[in-house]
Design a protein around this ligand. Structure first.
Ligand SMILES: [Zn+2]
Length: 266
């Protein structure tokens, strides 16, 4: 059954597209109109009413009448093109509570529900899997994938996804680091020629490439990560914590040829 339409199954009329349509449009089966319900427990954070169909609408006007709900896990859901809204801002809602009625307000050629899911930073996520199911606990579990740029071979390694693995090839200077992660506050920097680079945020550009080898590496995050570096012709350092980064300044005389980062290891 639908998690967003009352007593109905979802019939998708316009799919999610990461570039052109960052929501999903649904109707009740057999293209019928339905009441729109809260996907999960939460608090109504925003509503807009009084809008009509407007095929020239831009930006937020495209939504027409809409309801936005903030959920306990920090995620938001947004329900747009409604004809009626029957909740108010600040109202607590339970899963399945009616929020309004499907309509064609805003920029839509047909009556449908435009449904969006947004993360804690209000960034749109693919909502398709949530049409029929609860927020997955997986959303909260942390992952970190990374790769190294090997100076001697002048190339990037394959992405490392396993905790036991490390980046780098012993004997070759490590020249750059790329990190992809859902740890949103993670930042890192490298030390080279007696200078630290600026911190690189994973939300901007999680890529740090140096033509020459690096001699220090540092992560900061409120999420407790462990990391260590392998020093050329020497060996692994002790483990460092991302949360104690001022105490962890690691400036080597020698070059680094390996880095290992662990998300879960205690
Ligand atoms: Zn839509």
């Amino acid at each position: 059954m639908s998690r967003v339409l009352l007593n109905a199954r979802n019939h998708v009329v316009r799919k999610y597209n990461p570039f052109t349509h960052r929501g999903v449009d649904v109707l009740k089966e057999e293209n019928k109109v339905a009441d729109v319900i809260a996907h999960s427990k939460g608090v109504v954070s925003e509503i807009v009413i009084g809008k009509k169909q407007n095929l020239k609408a831009k930006k937020v006007e495209k939504y027409g009448n809409f309801v936005k709900v903030r959920h306990d896990n920090g995620y938001f859901t947004l329900y747009a093109h409604l004809s009626d809204v029957c909740v108010h801002v600040g109202q607590s809602v339970s899963q399945g509570d009616v929020l309004g009625r499907m309509g064609n307000s805003g920029k839509t050629k047909q009556t449908c529900l435009h449904f969006e899911v947004r993360n804690r930073k209000d960034k749109k996520r693919n909502p398709v899997k949530y049409l029929d199911q609860d927020f997955l606990i997986k959303e909260d579990s942390k992952y970190l994938h990374y790769r190294g740029f090997i100076c001697g071979e002048n190339c990037w390694q394959d992405l490392v996804k396993e905790e036991e693995q490390y980046i780098g090839v012993f004997g070759y200077k490590l020249g750059g680091i790329f990190i992809e992660t859902n740890i949103e506050d993670l930042q890192f920097r490298v030390y080279k020629n007696r200078k630290w680079s600026p911190f690189v945020s994973v939300n901007q550009e999680a890529l740090l490439q140096e033509k020459e080898g690096i001699q220090g590496f540092q992560i900061k995050s409120n999420v407790k990560l462990l990391y260590r570096v392998h020093v050329l012709d020497s060996g692994w350092t002790d483990w460092f914590f991302s949360t104690l980064f001022y105490e962890n300044v690691l400036e080597q005389e020698n070059f680094i040829d390996g880095i290992q980062i662990c998300v879960r290891k205690e």
